[in-house]
Design a binder for this molecule. Structure first.
Ligand code: 5GP
Ligand code: 5GP
Length: 223
């Protein structure tokens, strides 16, 4: 099934900072990554791999294909570590039901990555590989931007570190002054590219998704 919308133009890998997300979510519960205390991830984890259009819009829910965890059984260990759901509330799926974070991401975004990624297994495998190859956590750590509940870091410095490493400008989203998500864009062959043409380029060169102050925090997880 090739989907019911025109083919996308490029991919956007979205990674999230657990220390920020877990502070604001009201759905933390004992069983999820958010509340695992010292086991909580100290690295950016995957939110999704999103097909986008150059005009700033995106397709969603492109086929009737339902998430089937059996198809990704060999990837589950890696996905639990690098693509955990940080929210305990179940997510809406494209067909009116409720499902896991993985089900939500596959049905909403993954199904739109056809024909580049042809099935659920390819979608999750490629997302993991791209995430490993473009390791934002390592780039920020190497530049001295370490998790902290006291430090604030210049947004321009964070953007520069990523530009120097990958030669493209990331989009960045914040929540309550803390960095929450970083978006990296890719051509269909997974070479890095700039995100949507026409995004507003800020003085510090970042393409802003959500509102970030000039200095942002990278909160360490507190149980
Ligand atoms: P938010 O409003 O939290 O930024 O985004 C809500 C949802 O809209 C996201 O979870 C995602 O599914 C979708 N979304 C937001 N921005 C983008 C984008 O740039 N590209 C795509 N493909 N989806 C997006
Ligand atoms: P998106 O913004 O990708 O369309 O939607 C994200 C959905 O997945 C929301 O319904 C949210 O409650 C759910 N969700 C489950 N786990 C996570 C998580 O770790 N991060 C985010 N951003 N959303 C999550």
């Amino acid at each position: 099934d090739g989907g019911n919308q025109r083919e996308f133009d490029y991919f956007k890998l979205t990674v999230q900072w657990p220390g920020t997300f877990c502070r604001r979510t009201r759905h933390c519960c004992a069983s999820n990554a958010c509340c695992r205390g010292s086991n909580a991830p100290a690295e950016f984890t995957i939110h999704g791999l999103w097909p986008d259009y150059n005009d700033g819009t995106w397709p969603a829910c492109c086929s009737r294909s339902r998430f089937n965890e059996k198809e990704i059984s060999t990837l589950v260990d890696a996905l639990e570590k690098y693509w955990p759901s940080l929210s305990c509330g179940s997510s809406s799926t494209c067909h009116g039901g409720k499902g896991s974070f993985w089900a939500h991401e596959w049905e909403k975004h993954g199904t739109c990555s056809f024909p580049v990624l042809r099935d659920e297994y390819s979608y999750f495998l490629i997302a993991l590989n791209v995430y490993f190859k473009y390791n934002v956590t390592k780039v920020l750590n190497d530049a001295g931007y370490l998790p902290s509940n006291t430090e604030k870091y210049p947004l321009g410095g964070i953007v520069s570190a990523i530009q120097n490493a990958f030669h493209v400008t990331p989009e960045i989203a914040c929540s309550n002054g803390a960095l929450e998500e970083i978006y990296l864009c890719f051509y269909k062959d997974f070479k890095p590219r700039e995100c949507a043409v026409g995004s507003i380029l800020l003085p510090d060169m970042s393409l802003l998704k959500g509102s970030c102050p000039k200095y942002v925090s990278l909160p360490a997880y507190v149980s």
